[in-house]
Design a protein around this ligand. Sequence first.
Ligand code: F6R
Length: 263
Amino acid sequence: MELIIRKTTQDAVKLVATIITDAVIEKPNITLGLATGGTMEKLYDKIALMHKEEKIDFSLVKSFNLDEYIGLEPTDKNSYRFYMNHHLFDKINIDKRNTHIPSGVNEDTLEEGEIYEALIEEAGGLDIQLLGIGLTGHIGFNEPLSSFASRTRAKTLAPTTLAQNGPYFGSAEKTPKRAMTMGVGTILDAGMVIMLATGASKADIIAKTVEGPITPMISASALHFHPNCIIVCDEAAAEKLQNKDYYNSIFETDPKWEPYRNI
Ligand code: F6R
């Protein structure tokens, strides 16, 4: 795991956007695993801007989103399909037929999980999986106690997550209680994982994820098992890490970060 700390949210977002667009330039038919949520809105704005200004071509890119609320039609404005079209897909030249999000309306959730896993496999797996982090330490909607071997399936959302996402629905009570989500095992199979965490509200869970014990009570701690995982934080989200100087020295010293140091 590598921990990269940037001064501002904007700097952290720019760095992640550059890593992703560089990967798209290098492999135009890349398969990206995508996330939703407040953190990603700024990232998708930046990627859309880079597409426009730097002519980054997404025409051959395939994508798989992490999750979708159970019960929401893709046309529902709180669905993650609606979110992705609105924040990213309608602003870049991706072919929407190559974009995938688990169905929230297939009543057979076991079947839906199998269909989604098969689609990922057919695409040759995920080259890069982008992640945010929830206050429970979830990645995707893998709430505490998710098996590190789990695959795409239905999960019940934790009360903390219902409260975190409640404002989008008017209240925690109105928030769907369950979601389809890629499993921790699905995420760990990606070629590379990039987590973006910004803001002071993420400081506690980032410190626990990075420097605390590996535990199924914090699904993100499973990322220590991934051989190519980067966590990019702004200073607010990195605030409670004990070893910031060490992480900064790696970024300053490792030649592979050279092109990204001044971003
Ligand atoms: C969304 C997802 C979640 C979010 C996490 C952080 O697809 O998988 O894990 O990334 O809940 O959400 P925000 O960015 O709203 O704090």
